[in-house]
Design a protein around this ligand. Sequence first.
Ligand code: PLP
Length: 385
Amino acid sequence: MMLEVERAEGIYLYGPNGKRWIDLISGVSVSAVGHGNPKVIEAICAQAHDYLHLMVYGEAIESPQVRYAQKLASLLPDPLNSVYFVNSGSEAVEGAMKLAKRYTGRTEIVYYRNAYHGSTHGSLSVMGGEAYRNAYRPLVPDTRQIRFNCMEDLSQITERTAAVIIEPVQGEGGIFPVHRDYLQALRAQCDRMGTLLIYDEIQTGLGRTGTLYYFQQLGVTPDILCTAKALGGGMPLGAFIASNPVMAVLKSNPALGHITTFGGHPVCCAAGLAALNYILDERLMEQVETKGARYETLLADHPAVQSIRRTGLLLAVEFGDPDLTQRIVLQAIDAGLMTEWFLFHDTAMRIAPPMTITPAQIEESVEILRGVMDRQFHATKVKAE
Ligand code: PLP
């Protein structure tokens, strides 16, 4: 499905000939503060006037990086106070994996069935979808897959394990949140084994679930946090965040063991900080629960909907049928709603609009969606009869 977009503003994408779509997925959790947010544009322009790229990471102190890192650290629990900026989510995962190997002196990385961590070789090596991995072997060795939320599998984390990487809410798996008791048990097992715990909150970060990061609702802190997507306010930016002592191992032996030319680009950091400040100033995180719940209420009683999984303003509407899901998604796009299904879960539709969406816009999008669902569900029933 190729959509030609000429302009985007707020929750709307505009194409040629007056075509308009409501963006129900925010470029997969990126455009949290809406398209063309004036505060973000202003920050981008101001920083572009000051300077663009100066030097590879570290030689020159670039105030946009410093300001953004300080802000993030001030909003995160101890000991997450050292921020390493990169260009993308996959790179944040790469950095986290390398850091865990260096810090522990071990090689094994444990990951989850249906996990998605990116497309580079390292992140692909901890992806929980066999079809994607198999096409690119050989991958990074010494990885081990376990089942999500399965207590029994925790014993596979041993003194050989450098790190466990987990999405506290599995995104491409179809919006499955981790259970609090499981996460507590995982943290305890990692502590017993001297294993680092890595959270991938690339899709859930910057307030989409109602707190800056989802783990803050569960009260179980990782050793390394990976973040990206909304982090750059629409510009390419990722980060892995750890404690000072953990991060410090990258400094030596070898020195320059993890470097990046563009990671933490000053314009991206300025844009990201403006987006985060907007989220905080406009109290968008506080509104996420009500907005998400409104979608749930307005959609749950439709006969096509089997169930809805939700964390904040991140929803999976479960239809239980890949063909019906595909038809609903494609027809929704035709009817003016930008949405999609999930990489590892093709029986549900994703709803993750910009967090700036208003109650009236939620009603507007649901009216269109219910119309599409009515027609497609009816067509399925007619076919079955
Ligand atoms: N981790 C998660 C949970 C993601 O959803 C994604 C992207 O969809 C990534 C990692 C990879 O991020 P990027 O596409 O920026 O490399």
